[in-house]
Design a protein around this ligand. Structure first.
Ligand SMILES: [Zn+2]
Length: 417
């Protein structure tokens, strides 16, 4: 029997309903912040469901959850994503990858599939930046990129360190390095996820095969002009930091739009602007902008970043204000593996599921896994109206079931290789 025919849309719906019930936020949507009881309960649900099919869930030193099926000695095929959410977030971001993985295990177990390469479901902790202002934490640890020293330094808005939050959940951050994956033992990693954008819905395509994951470069831009009296200072004698900031915000937007018009995926955003000691009766002497430039292509991202920063300098020079920039993050974009993409494409073809190539604009756990050197692929399913990180986040269960079928089919296909 072809195990993918066992994918059960109703059973998947029950899983999503159960997770929603466990972490319903009275103010709307779900709230399952990283390393909180709500996230732990969601992991507990998956562990309990695994037990129902005779499988045992295990956890590593930082609370990531693993459920393995098949005892073959071959390298493991890992499927998964995260279960945490933002405040008042949706019930699909992350959960789609974990629950389709769980459904895949059920189908493979039920079909008594012969697995030369064992299959392992992974539920990562702490993917969202919502609590610690830093995303993809557990997958970064799993790929050796985040150490104990940093875990002790990263804090949430209440001052609780990541290290203490892990400990409070009953895990052992002192052994954080034991959570690192041994890449020689892993054949490939697949992460199904919601698109969080509008492309698939607009094109009426149920599945996106991710070709690359955009990553941000971020700068804090400090503008220094001169504080003056807004009534007593003539218009031609001002060094207005806010007016300069306004021009810079538009220059960043224009750079992104030019890239878009040139057919590129680059996005450039000033998502926050601050006027320290600003007041209605002042010409502002200081302003700070938070710039975020992203692309899955490093060449295109570098070009846009250089262009934006050059334009900021020109604006500052023309206006006689001073501008300095402080780089706060430079993440490496990920190109997902052709090997895994081919397996996923074959699965779509076999299942007659429409698909298209797509770039992930959002960072994903897969970014770290791919950059770590593990063949990685992502499947996107459509987000209604492109909405995500909000209570209105929604994906039709039939599309999620399709993703589960693709996962099962891909796992069976990968058994041949
Ligand atoms: Zn996510």
């Amino acid at each position: 029997m072809e195990p993918s025919v066992l994918v059960d849309e109703k059973r998947l719906q029950k899983d999503f309903d159960a997770l929603r019930e466990l972490s319903k936020d009275p103010e709307g949507g779900v709230t399952r912040l990283a390393y909180t009881e709500a996230e732990t309960k969601a992991h507990g649900y998956v562990a309990a469901e695994a037990r129902k099919i005779g499988l045992t869930a295990t956890t590593d030193a930082i609370g990531n959850l693993y459920v393995k099926l098949g005892g073959g000695h071959g390298r493991t095929i890992r499927i998964g994503s995260h279960l945490d959410s933002v405040n008042n977030g949706g019930n699909y971001d992350g959960a789609v990858g974990v629950l389709t993985g769980l459904e895949a295990l059920r189908c493979l177990a039920q079909a008594k599939a012969q697995l030369r390469y064992p299959v392992e479901l992974v539920a990562f902790r702490a993917e969202e930046s919502a609590r610690f202002n830093r995303g993809c934490i557990a997958s970064e640890i799993a790929t050796g990129g985040l150490k104990i020293k940093e875990a002790k330094a990263i804090r949430d808005s209440d001052g609780v360190t990541l290290y203490d939050a892990i400990k409070k959940c009953g895990y052992n951050p002192d052994k954080l390095e034991e959570a690192k994956w041994d890449k020689s033992g892993i054949k490939l990693f697949i992460e199904p996820h919601i698109e969080q954008g509008r492309v698939l819905e607009a094109k009426k395509v149920p599945v996106g095969i991710v070709t690359g994951i955009a990553a941000p470069v971020r700068h804090i831009v400090n503008i220094k002009g001169r504080t003056d009296h807004s009534g007593a200072t003539p218009m031609n004698m001002r060094l207005d930091a806010v007016a300069a900031a306004a021009e810079m915000i538009l220059a960043a937007e224009a750079t992104g739009k030019e890239a878009f018009n040139a057919g590129k995926a680059t996005v450039a955003t000033v998502g926050m602007a601050i006027v320290p000691q600003g007041s209605i009766n002042k010409v502002a002497g200081k302003a700070a902008l938070y710039l975020d430039v992203r692309d899955a292509s490093l060449t295109d991202r570098n070009y846009a970043e250089k262009t934006v920063l050059q334009r900021f300098k020109e604006i500052a020079k023309r206006r006689g204000v001073n501008v300095t920039t402080e780089e706060t993050q430079r993440s490496k974009p990920a190109v997902t593996g052709k090997e895994v993409a081919d397996v996923l494409l074959r699965a779509c073809k076999k299942l007659k599921a429409g698909q298209m190539p797509i770039v992930s604009g959002a960072a994903q756990d897969s970014m770290h896994i791919s950059n770590y050197g593990i063949p990685t692929g992502m499947i996107f399913v459509p987000s209604r109206n492109g909405i995500s990180h909000a209570p209105a986040e929604f994906t039709e269960m039939k599309h999620i079931a399709t993703a589960a079928k693709i996962v099962v089919t891909a796992i069976m296909d990968a058994q041949q290789g």
